[in-house]
Design a protein around this ligand. Structure first.
Ligand SMILES: [Zn+2]
Length: 122
């Protein structure tokens, strides 16, 4: 069971939220989407920050927060184990989450100090 949770948490938060068909605005390092918390008071539109680096999310208004499993649990009203299984099952069906991993890798590469610039010039 612990493995199920670990496997599910490993999936990029942006991918999981996209799988739920939540709209995502991208702002550089972070994404913004609607709050999944059913107890969120008022308009939950675009109040939720998605933090790909930490692989977590946090609502600016109701202060709900968590990881990918928590997001699914609130959005689909399921318990944590069901949510973890939902993530893993959907990952098998549509394994295009590798795209997000690649994006993260590219960002990491861009930040690294450039070595071998001489080779590029020549
Ligand atoms: Zn909220």
């Amino acid at each position: 069971m612990a493995d199920t949770f670990n496997d599910a948490r490993f999936h990029p938060i942006l991918w999981v939220v996209q799988m739920l068909s939540f709209p995502i605005d991208r702002h550089n390092q972070i994404g913004v989407t609607s709050c999944p918390n059913p107890k969120h008071e008022g308009q939950p539109r675009m109040t939720c920050l998605l933090l790909p680096k930490k692989n977590r999310w946090r609502c600016r208004k109701c202060r709900a927060w968590g990881d990918a499993i928590d997001f699914v649990a609130l959005a689909l009203n399921r318990n944590k184990l069901e949510s973890a299984r939902w993530i893993i099952r959907n990952a098998r069906l549509l394994p295009d989450w590798e795209r997000f991993e690649e994006e993260d890798r590219r960002r990491a590469d861009a930040k690294r100090p450039k070595s071998g610039t001489r080779a590029v010039k020549e």
